[in-house]
Design a protein around this ligand. Structure first.
Ligand SMILES: *Cc1c(COP(=O)(O)O)cnc(C)c1O
Length: 413
């Protein structure tokens, strides 16, 4: 059974103040989870989580994470600016971009962010634009399939990111010659993983690679960045990641591979997005219409422009009909938004309690890659974002777009 972090009574009060649809975030859950992650890696002195800003690019959320000791992972100029606004600086910022415009490297350097290069050709590019910093990281792509226990997790050979293994050695040598002193290695090999073995398996690959790179190039490797990829239980039958077990798995690999190689000073970094915020946000929407044709439809005031994942990936988001939690799910519905796109369906053939017009529906687990993937198709406007604070009060952390916002970029006729 999946539970919403607000109950029907609380939500009925909240919608009196803020019109639906909106994304709602749970400050208490965010903080508790961030503390659990920190605890899981407390064995590593230099551990730091760099929250992937793209998952939830709201300064109020970033501020909470900053207070919990997190840094940020940015991939664009705007994300850097957003982080600067919150007060992140220097090695609190990881800049993991690809196809990077020169001006983004300029801004990242001016903020003293740690630059994580996506490609060997970016070494020359970076040098021309801003010079080579003392601390630098390279993103690794081992190619082939990424396999855990005989099952293919993902196919790095088809991913656009990162250096090949040979390029890493060559790149480290070039960077050393150009004055780099402290090195990092980064890899992101599978997304939304549901096994506790992902990080430990990735850590083994990166630790082994770090030992080889140290031997082959003499580079001083100061951190290893396990990046994102820990998944969340979107479906009710799925299990939550056991972050303490994951931390222990990485520790074991660290003790087996890095310590014997005299590399016990390496810091472990993570760049989690989904794990940090996914379960602690939801999309709150109201039923506008019911339609009885070849199927039973309920139409919401939210649409794929507010939550793209179901339309884009066929992703499952659990739906709660507020106030009807104890009623049997004995009605089958397609739950849709109003875009002129037939893939604008939050759920297809979903069993739910009987729905009436005006019911409040909560779409679970929209805290990461939810609002942030929004768009303006069909002239739909982006929703508000609201923070449910620890004391139970709410705070508007982004107002809803208005038509004036939509028209603001147009030139006058
Ligand atoms: C998207 C992304 C992340 C976060 O991924 P999650 O699946 O949300 O954990 C981390 N690092 C990089 C470079 C990314 O592109």
């Amino acid at each position: 059974m999946k539970k919403t972090f607000v109950n029907a009574e609380q939500l009925n009060e909240i919608v009196k103040e803020y019109p639906t649809p909106f994304h709602l975030y749970d400050e208490k859950g965010i903080r508790e989870n961030a503390r659990k992650l920190k605890e899981a890696f407390s064995w590593n002195k230099g551990f730091k989580e760099y929250f992937a800003v793209k998952a939830t690019p709201n300064p109020a959320i970033l501020k909470i994470l900053k207070e919990e000791g997190c840094g940020v992972d940015c991939s664009s100029n705007t994300e850097l600016q957003l982080s600067e606004m919150v007060g992140f600086q220097g090695d609190e910022i990881m800049f993991t971009s690809n196809v990077t415009p020169a001006e983004d490297f300029v801004l990242a350097r001016s903020m003293n962010a740690v630059i994580n290069l996506d490609d060997i050709t970016h070494i020359d590019f970076l040098e021309k634009v801003v010079g080579i910093p003392e601390t630098i990281s390279c993103r690794f792509n081992p190619g082939g399939d990424f396999v855990i226990n005989n099952s293919i997790m993902d196919t790095p050979s088809q991913a656009k990111y990162g250096f090949t293994r040979e390029q890493l050695t060559e790149g480290f040598k070039i960077l050393r010659n150009k004055g780099a002193k402290n090195f990092g290695i980064h890899a992101f090999l599978a997304s939304n993983t549901s096994t506790n073995e992902y990080y430990p398996a990735l850590a083994k690959i990166l630790f082994q690679t770090a030992v080889e790179l140290k031997e082959d190039t003499g580079a001083h490797i100061t951190f290893i960045n396990l990046s994102g990829g820990i998944g969340i239980p979107y479906r009710p039958e799925q299990q939550e990641a056991d972050i303490l077990l994951i931390g222990e798995g990485v520790r074991k690999a660290y003790e087996e591979i890095l310590i014997p190689a005299g590399m016990g000073d390496v810091s472990i970094y993570t760049e989690l997005g989904r794990f940090m915020l996914g379960p602690f946000g939801c999309l709150v929407s109201k039923v506008l219409h019911e339609k009885h044709t070849h199927k039973e439809y309920v139409g919401l005031d939210a649409c794929a422009a507010n939550l793209m994942r179901p339309a884009m990936y066929g992703a499952y988001h659990h739906i709660a009909v507020m106030g009807k939690e104890d009623q049997p799910s004995d009605h089958m519905y397609d739950v849709t938004g109003g875009l002129c796109e037939n893939n604008d369906k939050f759920a297809v053939d979903r069993m739910l309690p009987e729905i009436e017009i005006g019911d409040l529906l909560v779409l679970h687990d929209t805290g990461a890659h939810g609002f942030s993937m929004g768009y303006n198709y069909n002239g739909k406007l982006r929703s508000a974002e609201i923070l449910l604070q620890e004391d139970g009060s709410t705070k508007l952390i982004r107002r809803a777009e208005t038509a004036a916002d939509y028209f603001a970029t147009l030139s006058p006729l």
